[in-house]
Design a binder for this molecule. Structure first.
Ligand code: AMP
Ligand code: MG
Length: 403
């Protein structure tokens, strides 16, 4: 069968075609909602605040009563009620009257402004006001934050601390979210050892298993299988079969290049998986492939931890974004400029690690090979060096994706 080599954009289009948006939803309490994707719009049941409230400790009164007041010629008002936060006013404020009021307490009817206590003599029965104010100065109207019926959060948004706070301020204790995407992660390689065990000669620790699994959790997925598999076709077949039974997506690493023990493609084809593409025209990790095993998408990434990371961000993340209908998760390209030089050129687009702040991108010194992970520490973006560009200098414009 002929090889299908695609660009990143083509790969992402294929992903859009084969990954369907999940319709399965469930309820989550606000305490469980962090990182979950809203499956329906959230509207305010009530206005917030539900009543006009005082932004200061002071006196609620009628602005018309204190026109022209100052320290030398104060206006005296009768204090008819004391209102702390949590109390509801009993009195209507008439002309010549005021209510002692604390921050957060409802402003009584009749009053249209609050004078800060620092601008008074703190009087209890009678208060002297030292300042003139206009109506609705120092006044938080009902619905200042949002009005009853207003749409506060749109479906497809990912819940973070602020959005959880917004839901709480609207009085919701539960929200409807998309069920978590279940992902199986299989790393392949007979050289891989479990961290915490003693390395035998020729072995290395399996970093990609932990890296990929944690990233899937960060992106809101549930890791339902985490297996490190020897380069043995029958074992790999068994693991893939189990994974297809319990997962919505499968991510494998290793075994996709052209070595004798590079078995992943071969095994998937023998299992009857449909090939979507064989290679992505990008560095690193160009041997990355996508299959469908009994309808379950299988992302076969390269084993090198950095190469695996690049395709995790470009492709697996695109699949998770599609599954959730969450555009915020999609690896959108942004524009920035380099604060460092970059010497390598490439026959295809190349992604390198970087640290971005305000669109300015610093590259770590040296250590750019795809088997190197340590220099990725602190990096927060992947910078695209476009095909044909060479010897990039500080100040040059580039595209990047945030990670
Ligand atoms: P492969 O993609 O299987 O050809 O592996 C490419 C390189 O990445 C080899 O040097 C592997 O030893 C290394 N490698 C493969 N899988 C992992 C892994 N899970 N963790 C760390 N390194 C790996
Ligand atoms: Mg291998």
């Amino acid at each position: 069968m002929s090889e299908r080599c695609v660009t990143v954009q083509e790969a992402q289009n294929d992903i859009r075609m084969i990954v369907s948006k999940s319709r399965e939803t469930e309820e989550a309490t606000l305490l469980e909602a962090g990182g979950r994707i809203l499956s329906e719009n959230l509207r305010a049941g009530k206005s917030s605040p539900p009543f006009p409230r005082s932004p200061y400790d002071g006196y609620a009164l009628r602005a018309a009563d204190i026109q022209g007041a100052n320290k030398k010629q104060p206006v005296c008002l009768k204090v008819v009620e004391k209102l702390c936060a949590g109390k509801y006013p009993k009195q209507v404020i008439g002309s010549g009257e005021a209510a002692r009021i604390m921050t957060g307490a409802p402003i009584p009817n009749g009053a249209d402004t609050v004078v800060k206590q620092e601008d008074t003599d703190y009087g209890e029965g009678i208060v002297q006001i030292y300042r003139s104010q206009n109506p609705y100065d120092h006044y938080c109207p009902q619905g200042e934050d949002f009005l009853a019926g207003e749409k506060l959060l749109t479906k497809g948004l990912r819940m973070d601390a602020i959005r959880i706070g917004i839901a709480a301020s609207a009085g919701c204790d539960r929200i409807r979210v998309v069920k978590k995407v279940r992902v199986a992660v299989l790393t392949t390689g007979s050289e891989l050892a479990k961290p915490g065990t003693k390395l035998r000669p020729g072995q290395i620790y399996d970093s990609s298993l932990y890296l990929i699994s944690e990233r899937i959790r960060e992106l809101g997925g549930e890791v339902v299988r985490m297996n490190s598999v020897l380069d043995e076709p029958e074992i790999l077949k068994g693991r893939l079969r189990e994974a297809a039974r319990c997962a919505d997506l499968i991510v494998t690493t290793g075994g996709v290049s052209v070595g004798e023990k590079d078995l992943t493609r071969q095994v998937l084809s023998q299992m009857g998986a449909d090939k979507v593409f064989d290679r992505v025209f990008v560095k690193p990790g160009s041997p990355t492939a996508l299959f469908r095993l009994e309808e379950t998408p299988v992302f076969a990434l390269s084993g090198n931890p950095f190469a695996a990371t690049v395709h995790m961000e470009l492709l697996v993340r695109a699949a998770i974004a599609r599954w959730y209908g969450c555009d915020e998760l999609f690896p959108h390209e942004k524009r920035g400029f380099l604060l460092s030089n970059f010497g390598k050129s490439a026959v295809s687009d190349r992604y390198i690690r970087g640290t971005e702040s305000g669109g300015r991108i610093l590259l770590p010194n040296g250590k750019e090979r795809s088997g190197i992970l340590s220099s990725m520490n602190g990096c927060n973006c992947l910078v695209k060096i476009e095909q044909g560009r060479a010897n990039l200098r500080e100040g040059e414009r580039v595209c990047y994706i945030k990670i």
